[in-house]
Design a protein around this ligand. Structure first.
Ligand SMILES: [Zn+2]
Length: 185
């Protein structure tokens, strides 16, 4: 019988040794740290991911567990030009090699093209999928062409008031970093 692997507590060594694979279409709300980055709640959106294990022989002739992970989701981010939601494809495609411990990972990190993770019998693949997607979120998501304001009758004053009511999150961050409230330029 084929062994069943659980994405929340993955036996990484066995997963690689059996060249097993796992995949799922998870609802975006199952990824709370990703949800925090979104412009809108997205109950219908899905995170599609697939992980494939592979055992390779390392430099010292020892078996090394590897994993290829692809993950993607199309999610509404806040456009940094107009502040309206902009549907954005967030996608990751990466190889990981599992090493014995944190010290080995630190020591080999610079010389490795792949990403290094610490081997585990109950590895949280779900958390890794979320980490990868968070890393791929663009710093400045923008529409290719921003939609025109919906209320065509609204005056420039209304539009400016709306802009001021929704500060750019990066401006807010800058103000926090500098330790003083944002001042009008
Ligand atoms: Zn826009």
């Amino acid at each position: 019988m084929k062994r069943v692997f659980a994405p929340e507590r993955l036996d990484v060594v066995a997963f690689a040794a059996e060249a097993a694979s796992l995949s799922a279409d998870d609802p975006v709300p199952n990824y709370p740290r990703l949800v925090q980055e979104l412009a809108l709640p997205t109950p219908g959106a899905v995170v599609h991911w697939k992980a494939v294990g592979e055992q390779r022989t390392g430099a010292l002739g020892k078996a090394e567990p590897w994993m290829h992970l692809v993950a993607e989701a199309t999610v509404p981010l806040v456009c940094q030009r107009c502040l309206a939601p902009v549907d954005t494809l967030v996608a990751s495609d990466r190889w990981f090699r599992f090493v014995a411990d944190e010290a080995t990972a630190d020591a080999q990190d610079d010389e490795s093209g792949e990403d290094l993770l610490v081997v585990s019998r109950d590895f949280d693949l779900h958390a890794l999928v979320e980490d990868e997607l968070l890393m791929e979120i663009p710093v400045m998501p923008v529409h290719e062409v921003c939609p025109a304001p919906l209320q065509l009758s609204s005056s420039d004053e209304d539009f400016n008031a709306a802009e001021e009511a929704k500060p750019n999150p990066f401006a807010v961050l800058g103000a926090l970093r500098s330790g003083k409230p944002e001042e009008g330029k």
